[in-house]
Design a protein around this ligand. Structure first.
Ligand SMILES: [Zn+2]
Length: 453
């Protein structure tokens, strides 16, 4: 019997790194049909690895798409149950010629393991599974019931995870969810994810005459669809960025004093954003700091406008149509369908006479907001504070991750995030890598987490 799980981890480090290499070698690219069998092979590899770690009931959960992997250890009666989440699928690898070494022939250089999926998210998964093994082989048990769900479709937006979870609600029932698909703030600073934005999507079509018309003959008597569209768009948003759609902010949860303090504590340099984006000045909704706007306030953006003559020189027409695509980034508790309806109504109210307007709405995404003081986040904060020697920042992301809303909706549990990926690790890009230092941190973190119960 080993003295401790930490000793076990360091004694088996060479084998464990080789396992990371083996796992990353499987090209489990979920987006590409020609890799379907590889995705399944990665799922089977992971299922076998969970069993050899001492986890029980390791099995594939078949879905309409790529399978998910499940395993559990439920021998702590009366104790809480935690569900560990990650994804074993990876992004495509092109442009292939920009990789220094082939994406599925992982290589270690300068303490970093290079290969597709090393950082996002296979490294976090294998490190955690190895920690489960270390604890089971040393202590013989956990102080808590443990379930694992690793999906194979995160990189394509988790299309079948929702139905799969709904179908296996009892199997996956739990008190806490910890996602290992997440970032730390930096090598020496930790972060806890508390918010993600949702999304609403629309296309506006403005129709005037049935074909383009001569502006000299008809210009004074026909409404111009392109000009009408400009009026419609101007009515949606102030020049600074405040959304003018009636009711748009009604369901937005206001920032609390604690939220604002947490956001103000995060290091942020507006001048650096101006430099990297090449703009003369930042802009956005008045009354909020740039970081508050980026992470915690909703937006409305025109993503594209087209219509009329686009060629060289001029063409004197009244165009028949004009179009625009719009997306909104939403925050809690905005509902994507309700926001799309409000925008449509606002567009109809602000359409000049003489044109017909249609609005096409496509399916959106729900925002996610979790209290910093949620019991799962308190555990993560304890672990990260021990690991980094300082308190983590509370961070948010302006993007959307569908799986968070899926867990919240289907299992009634908000997932806390504790992953050890860093932003500079070429995620989704050539030469993705993971620091072996993060490998050790991840193992230690999940070992500490399991001992918090
Ligand atoms: Zn990921």
């Amino acid at each position: 019997m080993y003295m401790s799980w930490q000793t076990y981890l360091s004694d088996h480090r060479e084998r464990f790194i080789q396992e990371l290499v083996d796992f990353v070698s499987i090209p489990s690219i979920s987006a590409l049909p020609q890799h379907k069998a590889d995705v399944r092979r990665a799922a089977e590899w992971l299922t076998a690895r969970l069993s050899s770690a001492g986890m029980q009931n390791a099995t594939l959960i078949n879905t309409a798409g790529h399978p998910a992997v499940y395993a559990d250890w439920l021998n702590a009666p009366g104790k809480p149950t935690i569900l560990l989440y990650g994804h074993y699928d990876v992004q495509p690898v092109d442009p292939l010629d920009q990789w220094v070494t082939p994406p599925f022939q992982p290589q270690i250089r300068d303490g970093k393991l290079y290969g597709r999926g090393a950082s996002d998210d296979k490294g976090n998964i294998i490190a955690t599974v190895q920690t489960l093994e270390a604890i089971l082989r040393t202590a013989g048990q956990f102080q808590v019931n443990v379930k694992c769900i690793f999906e194979g479709e995160e990189e394509i937006g988790s299309p079948t995870l929702g139905p799969a979870i709904a179908e296996h609600r009892d199997l996956l029932a739990c008190d806490h969810i910890f996602s290992m698909d997440g970032l730390q703030w930096g090598e020496n600073a930790a972060g806890i994810l508390v918010g993600l934005k949702g999304m609403a999507k629309l296309q506006i079509n403005v129709y005037g005459p049935s074909t383009d018309q001569h502006s000299g003959l008809f210009g004074a008597t026909l409404q111009n669809p392109a000009t009408a569209l400009a009026h419609i768009l101007a009515a949606l948003r102030s020049p600074e960025g405040k959304v003018l759609v009636d009711g748009f902010y009604d369901s937005v949860r206001p920032l609390t004093a604690q939220d604002r303090a947490h956001l103000a504590a995060v290091p942020f340099d507006p001048a650096a954003v101006e430099r990297t984006t090449g703009v003369p000045a930042l802009s956005g909704e008045p009354g909020y700091s740039p970081l508050e706007r980026m992470w915690a306030r909703p937006t409305l953006d025109v993503n594209g406008i087209w219509g009329g003559f686009q060629g060289a020189g001029s063409k004197t027409i009244i165009p028949a149509t004009a179009h625009a695509k719009i997306t909104c980034r939403l925050v809690a508790d905005q509902h994507p369908d309700q926001i799309a309806d409000l925008i449509e109504a606002h567009i109809q109210r602000n359409t000049p006479s003489g044109v017909r307007v249609t609005v096409e709405k496509s399916s959106g995404a729900y925002p996610f907001l979790m209290s910093p003081d949620h019991p799962s986040n308190l555990i993560v904060r304890d672990v990260l504070t021990t690991l980094y020697g300082s308190a983590p920042y509370y961070v948010r992301v302006g993007g959307s991750v569908p799986v968070y809303a899926v867990f919240e909706r289907e299992l009634g549990v908000q997932p806390a995030t504790m992953g050890f990926t860093l932003e500079d690790e070429q995620l989704h890009a050539p030469n993705e890598f993971w620091r072996l230092e993060s490998f050790d941190k991840c193992q230690l973190a999940y070992g500490l987490l399991l001992h918090k119960f």
